[in-house]
Structure formats: structure tokens, C-alpha cells
Design a protein. Structure first.
Lengths: 437, 337
């Protein structure tokens, strides 16, 4: 396999894998803290069992997330030394803050997982919350680094040399906050629906009350995130329209610059013919969403030479998948909040529970699709407008080999983690059955 | 070397030191587990000791990596390019190890739990070995950016008896610090005896494998030994580590847990100081006598200032939290029988 392709795929695989486990580390602690708080207040033993069960899942996924994150810190240099040469000094600060936040998270997790009965209940609960807060902070910091790649700041580029480096301006660039919020919401959305769906499936099978209690917590959190996410996404897209117009053009398959640009749903782009077929087009909507004026001009791919076009089909399809699934989850979420608030019996119905089961992977698929949008949409740049991805590649040979090693390793780990979770669930049911008898 | 660069060099040294002490203890626990009797209680002590702290213990490595790629980027780039193979091996080892340990703990209905143990033990040895290899390569001075051909560029600098001996020494070093810590974790008499014996054996192994490092350098015609004993910091560290052997063995005999830990940590700290003293002011030794110093590899001042500030704040936040973690789970350190 050609080196550049292998490096791209390896990075995509490593990041795509890591982010699933990192998202769980971001959102699950808040689910656990909620369940634990319910136990502390209501003294319903089901919530204690639920907290224990969830913390085992967290421990398993956190470990995989931590080691895959360690690998990433090296892979940045192993694959893209041309990038790290500049990025290391300029955008290293958020990485160091992320390291600190992760350190706190690991400490808090150790206290939470193994401190049962060793420290006062309230402190123990606080440690669980601390895991979540450091997780969110950690996520924000590392997203600042990615935001910098999309919106470079904090240096003057002088013939291939960065001058007057200002790490603060680099970290808090124009894309940091909106990307950070968008990702954090995505983590809660993906994890909330996945956990709710798993408990829905288990509730359908066993009808243990504990699963319904867990379902409600996860669903509520996931639903809130899913409902606000389209609005956050809108602001993110406006930011992209402003700073990375070619990314937006690829997302929308907008080949020609035009006023009153349409917002498209679906469609198959043809790069050779420079058109989009089979799409539903809403005239003027893209102009209005991006710039607040249906007559506003939206830049198309014709603004730049073809060799600098990002991959149109991949970016377009990923974007369509993301907004489709995002809208779906927002809809389910809206209904769910209503149903929980009004204690509707429909919440317990087989129909709704099956809907939730079907939703299990959707949040994560949307999350990965969104990342594909932002990363492929930025191509051919690794630092937007400054450094091309192909110029950042390591000179050493044999990347195809390491790519396959990581592929195999990460697939294997995912499989084992799945088996472990299944066995933990079996054990839980075994214990619950024993209690019932 | 200006004060700013020196301060960052200090933090890098601290990160590496703490990684050796805490992360090393972790690796070592996975290594010494191989030599424990089949009795379940001894094996459980390792698991119980590691479980709450292993994730936190390994963050020191990430800290060291971040200090490198932000503060001394050319060294990070050199290591990830010319030493990419041992780095890859370390990464695979870290991933396999962390997962094997966690899976062993949480796979409640496993039919073959021994598989997890074997993977955990093997990857502990493997990772420790290649970490040592990387350190050896940075000191040995065979990294040659001007070379041509895969072997000369990417293999020769670390695939040699010297680096292998440093790898072996690292295995013994980590086993030693783990045994020292594990002494205090054992509750029953029989378990205590096992770990006390291990502490003595691994101490001897450390001294023996350390000698092999010097001998292999001599045999290969490298001036490692000569350089080492000509630098005052190295000499002092060597002497201090040697002199501490006496009090260490005495506290082992009297089973004074806190003292044993203090002496054990002090001894390996001096081993590390010896390495720091040998390297200073060089960060990376290249072939043909070329080298890059801290000062030469340093990023621009604006970057260093911010990095230093972040590290100081980070330490101020982390240390109390870390202390609290250790207080909850390692309080037996301070219980004297």
C-alpha cells in the first residue's frame, strides 16, 4: 500500500477508534454520577447496582481509551513529523493541558472505582463527578489542537518558518470553542443513546426494573444533547462558511459559486461532471443558513484549482449521514423528553424500546461521520492554508505494515471488550435473579 | 544554558524519574508476577496493588512526550523517526499490557484467565525491554541521519548488544522497584516472605545487569564507562546508590516497610541521576560525535515560557490529587509493625 494512503488510513483508524472510548470517558461518568446521586437520595438499591454495573463498563472502556490515546501522542510524530515540527511548539500547550486533565481523570477514576467504602459517600460521589469534569476539560483542550489545524493562529508564516509564536492565540483560535462544544455535545448524544438502547434491549429481554431506570437516565442526557446539537452544528457550519469555504463547498457539493445557494439533502456528486444528482434542493437555504441572507454568495469549488479540492464525495456523504442521523436522534430525543416528563406509558412500550435499540449505534455513526467531514473537508491541507498533508508525511518506508498491525490490534480489542461487556451483563442478571429468588 | 531551558530540562527529568518509579513499578509488577508461586494470594496482591493506580502511573510518559514535542521538538522528531521501530514495539506493548490487565480484572466468566496473565506478563517484559533500548540508543550515539539504507537509518542505532543490555537492565530495575513496593502490600507472613526474597533477588539482578551495561560498552569499544566515571554527578550518584545498599538490606531484614520504600526509591533515583549526569547537556547523541543539546533543541522562548507556566500549574494541581490517591490506597506505607 502506498505510504501516504497508509498513513492517512492509520491516523483515521487510530483517531476513529480512540474517540469512541474517549466519548465514553467523557459522558459515562455523568450518567454514573446521576445514578449514584439517585441512590444517595432515594436509597433505592437498584441505583447502587446500576452505578456499579456502569462503572465496570467505564473501567473497561477507559483503559482502552487511555492506551489508544498514548499511542496517538506518538503516532503524531511517527506518521506526520512535517506537521509536528511546527505543531509541537505552536499547539503543544493544549496537549499539555489535556495531559494534566487526563491525569486528574485517571486519579479520580482510581478513587471512584476502587474507593467504595474507603472514603465518605459524598467525597466518593464527588470523585465520580470529577472524572466527568476532567474528561470534558480534556476533550475541550485536545479539540483546540484540532481547531488550530482548521483555523491556524498564533504565528506568522514566513517562507516555511513560523515566527512570533503566541501559544495562547494558537490554542484559543476562532474554531476552538465551537468545535469543542460540538464534540462534547456529540459525545453525550452518542453515549446517551447507546447506553439507553442497550438497556432497552436488556429490559425487553428480562423486564428487570433496573434496566428501565438506567434507560431513563441515559435517554434523558442523550436526548438533551441531541436536541441542542443541531443548533450547535448550525453555528459550527457558519464558522466553517466563514473560515473554510471550500470545506462547506465539499459538504454541500457546491461546484459553482452562486448567490441564493441551495441547501441539499442527499444526492450523489459527480466530480467529473461537476454536478450533484438526485438531491433534494431547497433554494436559497444554504445562503441563508451560512450568511443570514438568501441572496448571499456562497463560494463553490470553482474558486480553487482542482488539485486542491477536498474529496467531494466522501465529505458530502459523511455530512449527509451526520445531519440525517442527528435529526433523527433529535426527533427521538424530543419525543423521549416529552414521554419521560409526562410519564407516558408509551415509554415502556415494545415499539419505543425497539426504536431505542435501533438507535444504539446511530450517535456514534454520526460522530464518526462528522469527524470525517471535518478532516477530509480540510484536505489537501493538514494545517489549513499553510501545510499540505502530503508534505507532512514521514520519509520512512513500511507504513502499510504498521497500519495492518493497528487494524488487527484495535479490531481484536473491540471484540474482546464486547465479550467482556456481555459477560458482565450475564453476571448482573445472574445476581439479580438470585436477589429475586 | 539559560535558566528557562534548564527549568524545562528539569521538568523533563522529573517526568522521566516519576515514570521510572511509578510506571516502572507497574511494569515490574507484571514482570515479577511470572516468578510468584502458583498460590492465588500472591498473584492477587499484584492485581490489587496495581488496579487503582496504574492508569495514573503511566501519565508521566505522556507528560515527558509533550515536554519533548513542545519544548524540544527536534528530539521528539528524531526519536519517532530513527527509533520508530522500538517506539512502535513500546506502543504495542503499552496497549496490550493495559488491556490485558483490565480484561483479566473484569472478565468475570473467563474460561481461560491464564491467557490474560501470560499476555500481561509478556508485554510487561517486552515494553520494559524496548523502553531501555530507546534510552540506550539515545546515549549510544549511533543514530545517523546522513545514513542511507534501511538498516543504517532505522536498525543499527538500537539493534546492538549495548542497547539490549540497557533493555535487560531496565527489566531488572523495574522488577526491583516493584518488589520493593509489593513488600508493603502483602498482609500474610508467607506472602511477605515471597516479596522480601524477590526484593533481594531483583536487587542483585539489577547490580549484575548494570555491570553488563558497562561491560558491553567496553567490549564494543564505546567510551560509556570512561565518560560515566569522569563526570562528577555520575560518580556521586553511583557512590550514593552503592552506599544505600547497606541500609536498604538492613531495613529489608528488619521489615521496615517505609524505610525500604524510601531507600529503594532513592537507589533507583540515583541510577537515573547517573544517566542524567552522563547525558547533560546533551539530549540526543548522534553518530560521528554529533549531538544536540537542550539549548540547541529548544523551541522559541515564547513557547518555552508558556510550557513552563503550564507545567508549574499542572504540578500544583496534580500533586495534591496524586497524594490523595496514594493516601487512600497506599496508607499501609506508614503503618509500622
Amino acid at each position: 500500500m502506498e505510504n501516504l494512503l497508509a498513513a492517512r488510513l492509520q491516523m483515521a483508524l487510530s483517531l476513529g477508534f480512540h474517540i469512541i472510548f474517549a466519548s465514553i470517558g467523557i459522558a459515562m461518568p455523568f450518567l454514573m454520577a446521576t445514578s449514584y446521586a439517585f441512590f444517595l437520595k432515594r436509597r433505592d438499591p437498584d441505583y447502587k447496582i446500576l452505578t456499579h454495573a456502569w462503572s465496570k463498563g467505564v473501567a473497561i472502556f477507559f483503559a482502552i481509551g487511555a492506551v489508544s490515546g498514548t499511542a496517538l501522542s506518538f503516532e503524531l510524530g511517527l506518521l506526520w513529523p512535517g506537521f509536528m515540527k511546527y505543531a509541537g511548539p505552536i499547539i503543544g500547550m493544549p496537549f499539555s493541558w489535556e495531559g494534566t486533565a487526563f491525569f486528574l481523570e485517571a486519579i479520580a477514576l482510581g478513587i471512584f472505582l476502587y474507593g467504595w467504602g474507603k472514603i465518605p459517600e459524598r467525597i466518593h460521589w464527588l470523585s465520580g463527578l470529577a472524572v466527568g469534569i476532567s474528561g470534558v476539560a480534556s476533550a475541550y483542550f485536545v479539540i483546540c489542537a484540532n481547531a488550530w489545524m482548521n483555523s491556524p493562529a498564533g504565528f506568522e508564516w514566513n517562507h516555511g518558518q513560523p515566527l512570533n509564536i503566541d501559544p495562547w492565540a494558537a490554542m484559543f483560535n476562532d474554531a476552538s470553542t465551537i468545535q469543542g462544544i460540538h464534540m462534547i455535545a456529540a459525545a453525550f448524544q452518542a453515549v446517551g443513546f447507546a447506553v439507553a438502547g442497550v438497556h432497552a434491549a436488556l429490559f425487553l429481554r428480562t423486564r428487570y426494573a433496573i434496566h428501565f431506570k438506567g434507560l431513563k437516565i441515559a435517554l434523558f442526557i442523550g436526548a438533551v444533547a441531541a436536541i441542542v446539537q443541531p443548533l450547535i452544528g448550525h453555528f459550527a457550519a457558519q464558522s466553517v462558511a466563514e473560515r473554510q469555504p471550500m470545506k462547506l463547498a465539499a459538504m454541500e457539493s457546491l461546484f459553482k459559486t452562486q448567490k441564493s445557494a441551495p441547501f441539499v439533502l442527499g444526492g450523489i456528486p459527480s466530480k467529473t461532471d461537476e454536478k450533484l444528482d438526485f438531491a433534494i434542493e431547497i433554494p436559497g437555504l444554504l445562503s441563508w443558513l451560512a450568511f443570514g441572507d438568501t441572496e448571499a454568495e456562497v463560494k463553490g469549488l470553482d474558486q480553487i484549482p482542482r488539485e486542491n479540492w477536498p474529496p467531494v464525495a466522501v465529505t458530502h456523504f459523511s455530512f449527509q449521514i451526520m445531519i440525517l442521523l442527528g435529526s433523527l436522534l433529535a426527533g427521538v430525543g424530543l419525543f423521549a423528553i416529552l414521554a419521560i416528563w409526562m410519564r407516558m406509558a408509551l415509554l415502556e412500550s415494545k415499539f419505543f424500546l425497539i426504536v431505542l435499540c435501533l438507535c444504539i449505534p446511530l450517535g456514534f455513526i454520526a460522530l464518526e461521520a462528522g469527524w470525517i467531514v471535518t478532516e477530509t473537508g480540510r484536505q489537501p491541507w493538514i494545517i489549513y492554508g499553510i501545510l499540505k498533508t502530503k508534505d507532512a508525511l514521514t520519509p520512512r518506508p513500511g507504513i502499510g505494515v504498521t497500519f495492518f498491525i493497528y487494524c488487527f490490534l484495535y479490531l481484536f480489542l473491540t471484540f474482546i471488550a464486547g465479550v467482556l461487556l456481555y459477560r458482565q451483563t450475564q453476571l448482573l442478571h445472574f445476581e439479580l435473579k438470585g436477589k429475586k429468588a | 544554558m539559560n535558566l528557562l531551558v534548564l527549568s524545562l530540562g528539569f521538568f523533563l527529568a522529573v517526568a522521566l524519574l516519576f515514570y521510572v518509579i511509578f510506571g516502572g513499578a507497574d511494569f515490574g509488577a507484571g514482570i515479577v508476577e511470572i516468578f510468584l508461586p502458583k498460590k492465588a494470594s500472591a498473584k492477587n496482591i499484584v492485581t490489587k496493588a496495581m488496579a487503582p493506580v496504574w492508569e495514573a502511573n503511566h501519565v508521566w510518559l505522556i507528560l515527558a512526550v509533550v515536554i519533548l514535542f513542545m519544548g524540544f521538538p527536534s528530539v521528539y522528531l528524531a526519536v519517532t523517526l530513527y527509533l520508530h521501530l522500538p517506539v512502535l514495539f513500546v506502543l504495542i506493548g503499552i496497549v496490550a499490557r493495559g488491556c490485558a490487565f483490565t480484561f483479566r480484572y473484569y472478565d468475570v466468566l473467563a474460561e481461560h484467565p491464564a491467557i490474560y496473565s501470560r499476555l500481561f506478563n509478556f508485554s510487561s517484559v517486552w515494553t520494559a525491554f524496548f523502553l531501555g533500548t530507546i534510552v540506550g540508543a539515545c546515549t549510544y550515539g549511533q543514530i545517523d541521519p546522513a545514513a542511507t539504507g534501511y538498516y543504517d537509518l532505522y536498525l543499527r542505532s538500537w539493534l546492538n548488544p549495548f542497547c539490549a543490555s540497557v533493555g535487560l537492565f531496565t527489566i531488572c530495575l523495574f522488577s526491583f522497584i516493584a518488589s520493593v513496593f509489593l513488600c508493603g502490600e502483602a498482609k500474610e507472613r508467607s506472602d511477605k516472605d515471597i516479596f522480601l526474597k524477590l526484593a533481594k533477588i531483583t536487587n542483585a539482578a539489577m547490580i549484575l545487569s548494570g555491570s553488563v551495561v558497562f561491560i558491553s560498552a567496553k567490549v564494543l569499544g564505546h567510551s560509556f564507562g570512561k565518560e560515566f566515571f569522569s563526570k562528577s554527578l555520575c560518580l556521586v550518584s553511583f557512590l550514593a546508590a552503592t552506599l544505600l545498599e547497606g541500609p536498604f538490606w538492613k531495613s529489608l531484614k528488619n521489615e521496615k516497610i517505609l524505610e525500604t520504600r524510601i531507600f529503594g526509591v532513592a537507589m533507583i533515583s540515583f541510577v537515573l541521576f547517573g544517566w542524567f549526569g552522563l547525558q547533560y547537556p546533551v539530549l540526543l547523541q548522534y553518530a560521528d560525535g554529533m549531538s544536540v543539546t537542550f539549548q540547541e533543541a529548544a523551541a522559541p522562548e515564547s513557547v518555552l515560557k508558556v510550557l513552563l507556566g503550564s507545567l508549574v500549574c499542572g504540578v500544583a494541581i496534580i500533586f495534591p490529587a496524586l497524594f490523595y490517591l496514594m493516601k487512600i490506597f497506599k496508607a499501609q506505607t506508614f503503618e509500622e509493625k
